[in-house]
Structures are given as structure tokens and as C-alpha cells.
Write a protein that binds this ligand. Sequence first.
Ligand SMILES: Cc1ncc(COP(=O)(O)O)c(C=O)c1O
Length: 448
Amino acid sequence: MDDLIVEQEAIMLARTTESVRMREEAQSVLAGGVASSWQDAPPCAVWIDRGKGSRIWDVDGFEYSDFHGGFGVGLAGHAHPAIVEAVQDRVTKGTHFAQPTEDAIVVGRELAKRYGLPLWRYNNSGTEATMDAFHLMRVATGRSKVIKVEGSYHGHHDAAQVSVYPRIEQAGSVEQPNSVRYSTGIPDPMAQLTIIVPFADLAAVERALATHKGEIAGMIVEPIMMNIGMIPPPAGYLADLKDLLHKHGAWLTFDEVKTGFGVAPGGATELLGVTPDLLCTAKAMAGGLPCGAIGGVPELMGLIADRTYEQVGTFNGNPLTMAAARATMQSVLTGDAYRHLDRLREAQVSGCEDVLKRYDLPGFVRAFGAKGAVIFTDRLENYRDFLNYDDQWGNAHWLYQHNGGAFLPPWGKCEQWTMSVQHTMEDVNCFVRNFETFARALRGGTIA
Ligand SMILES: Cc1ncc(COP(=O)(O)O)c(C=O)c1O
């Protein structure tokens, strides 16, 4: 595996010379030579020139089927005609007033219909959406602590930056993990207000509620974990979790920043049939423009309405993002689009499963809606399993896909593919072909 990675990194570097040059040029003005730290992955940050449909082109002119989707944003694909039209129309009428426009009502109705929650507010990112959720649960209960799952990522505000990817030496016991701050930028007293539990472990939540009796405002959970591969919850877990939290006067927030729109029209809430008290979404909701949203039950969102909690932001409900969000929900992410995604997903999953079997590789495929991942380990049910999962597999797979013209997110074992409504079977075939090239290389070039 190590040899294959060295070889594939050399191939990648040899054809991304302009990316390397731009990265060097950028170092003088951008810290680390990139615009966000996770845009940089070994062997080099790939600089993009443009995108159209399911394809993107890097600055060296190399074309890819885009399975990265800008970290899960790209359900609409690139330059979708409906988004282009909506943005072009809005841009000529002014793009910012810090006063609401009609599209905000239309988008709110769409969100309410998809997620079954009546009241919404907007912001600009997943981070802002989950930050509002932490605040709102605290305001509603007068309590300070929030339960979070070990290994989940909910954005980069203080309360969420706890036990994101803790090292095993720091993580504490499996049953009662430590609250480990992601960096020293998070004050430790702040981190101690975020109580950590393993995924899908109700007993651990019950223990946390007992240990911190009367102090827990609520819990935030990704209904399908998506930043440590892909982990669905066991049957009944989310419904029981909601009941348990309510029994203790605490609230349940779903972080659907990644799952929202991606796994079903109404996200994991629709797919799994449990409606939370608060729901955060962002990424795919505005067809590639930066937008976030928080929705919830009247008991919580009413605290915004009566101004107990001032949910604010200069760009909240920005006219351009609202126009794009309206077009995304009304014209792009339609029933037909999800049926198309279902067909693509089935083909990609069965293609990858076939390769795993024929080449006798470890692992399995998980996929929901537009999203999926090949998981190169026998068991992935929580963060401790993730720690035992050798990341060289995902890394090598990423390189093979990249050199074969399919752009996956880097950080192989953390991330997953995202397909867009503009993907076709040609894109799927490219992905499966690259996967077989990787499998064959691992098996010493023998064709199964
Ligand atoms: C589940 C989840 N929540 C929140 C966030 C933060 O979103 P943003 O990067 O838009 O702030 C992310 C980003 O990857 C995410 O995956």
C-alpha cells in the first residue's frame, strides 16, 4: 500500500504542476497557501478553474467527474441552468439589503414541507446553524451543557469543537469519553460544557443526563454520521433518544448540514422517520451559494420570534442565496431528480461491491441518496472503530480516483462521495473503473 501511495502521489504531482505553482504563489498572501485548511491535502492542494454539469476542470486543464461536490454542497452540479437563471435575475435587482425579500418566505415553506418543522431562520453556514442550535437549547432551558457525539463535526464554533477527532490517549474511556478540545483556541472551561457520548449508545446518554442532572440543555447529533465515513443509527435509536431527552427536560437537535437534501428530499428526518426539535441544514440548500438554516418546533423557534434569543446576521436571508435556494428546492431537487440519483447510487454501489468481492478486498459500501462511501474495514459503528480504521486505504483510493479522473474529497476515511442531479452513468462507470484499477494494483496487477 505504501508503495502504491508513493507512486500515485508522484503521478498526481507530475500532472498538477500549475496547482503546485499557484499554491506557492498563494503562500505570500494566504496563510498556508489555501483559503481553508481542509482544502489542502497531500500531495498538493488542487486549484480549480471551472465546473459544468457533473464535471470540473483543474488549472492544469485536467477534467474530473466531481464526486467531491465541494464537501457535499454539489447536489445541483455545476452551473445548473435553473441556478444560473435565478442568480442572474437576482443579481440585476440588487443582492443585499439586510431586509427580507419574498424568496425567504418561499424557501421557508419549502423547508417546512420537506422537514416537517414549521418555523425557520437563515444564516450563512453549517457552523452558524449549529451555533444557533446550541444557543437556543440553552436559552430554552436555562441550562449550559449540551451532549455531543464523539467524533462528530458540527462546525468551528467553540462548543462544537470538542472531541472532533481526539487522539486515543486523550479520549478517555469508551463508555464515558473525555471532552477534548480541538485546539487550545477553545477555552477548557468552555469545552467542559460539551458532554461527550459514543454514537448510538442510549445508556451513555442516560448516564450523562444523570451525572449532569438538571444541567443538560439538549443534544446535537448527526442522524447519519458523515465525518467519520458513514454510520447510520440502529433502528429505534433516534426516536428513543428524543423520548429520553424530553423525559429529562432537554431538547434534540439534528445536524443535517450534510445529510439534509443529500440522503432524501427531507434529509435523514424524512429517511429515518424521526423529526427533531431543532434541525440545522446548510451545504446543498442553495445550489452552491453559502447559506445555512435552522428550523424547529414553536416552543424553541418562538424564543426567536419573541426576541428572547436574538438570532441575527447581516447576511441572513441574503437575496442572492434565497433566490438560489428557491431555485434549488423548486426546480433542481425534484422528485425526478431523486429518482435519477437512486439509479446512479444503485449502479455505483453494486459496481463497487462487485469489485470488493472479485478482488477479495476488506470492507463494504454504505450509501444513502446522493451520498456514499467505500469503507475499507470490517466494522464502523462509532468513533473508536474509526480510530482503528487504517487511513492508508482511503488515501490510496482517493489518489487512484483522482488520477483516473474522479475527484473525491481528500481525507479518504473521513469523507464520502456526493453525486449531483447532473451526474450520469458515464460518471459512475469512471468511478467504478478507477476502483477496479486500484483493486487490481493491490492484487499485484492480476485481473479478477
Ligand atoms: C455535519 C456538519 N455540520 C456542520 C458543518 C459546518 O458547516 P460549515 O463548514 O458550512 O460551517 C459541517 C461541515 O462540514 C458538517 O459536515
